[in-house]
Design a protein around this ligand. Sequence first.
Ligand SMILES: [Zn+2]
Length: 232
Amino acid sequence: MQDSCNEIILNNRRYYYSVKYKRVKRYHLRISALGVIEITVPMRSSSSKIKEVLLINSDWIQKTFNKISLNNQNNNFKELISKNEILFLGKNRKAIISDNNLYQYNDDYFFVSENWTYKKIFAIYQDILISLYNQKCNNIVNKPKLVIKPLKSKWGAYYLKKHLIVLNLYLLFFDKDIINYVIDHELTHIKHFDHSKEFYIDLYKRCPDADKYRKILKEKTTFINTLITQIG
Ligand SMILES: [Zn+2]
């Protein structure tokens, strides 16, 4: 694990940097794949000296960052981490580089290994959705197949003929209660294809707070959609 992640404003832009103290004579700068400035410094460097080095190199830092975001243009997840932040399970968390290859997160941080591609993050999101789905399907005899993919227009869908549920990968932007509500909603469609009174009676049995979650989902959808449009 790296040292703690610090913040600095350079040319009106916020950057995160981590400091490595080593037995070296010169300062060394690099930008990690996730856009964290890593600065290697001689032992006992003061934090003001470190900030000064970053400031002197601010043009180079900005140029390198611009290059990185250009290279990532075709990448679905660039916006998730372009501000070094990941919107994950309803909360913005700082992306922190970790040596550990397992995914971990807490209230403030999302730990990522440096060699992870966006594909890897995609796979993590998929695993979480699958496990939430499986928990919900515990008591279902003929469990529908599940497909997870990034969708632009809906959070979930049930296809009667294929007996298939599709969940939007971007649900991982929401917290677990909301995701569970969407799964409950789609599972209720197995029996009730439309949004009839009977549909809601069954939905409330699965998810008594369905109204609350539907409201939050609706409120947040505009914001999340703006984000997804940016991701592009
Ligand atoms: Zn529905």
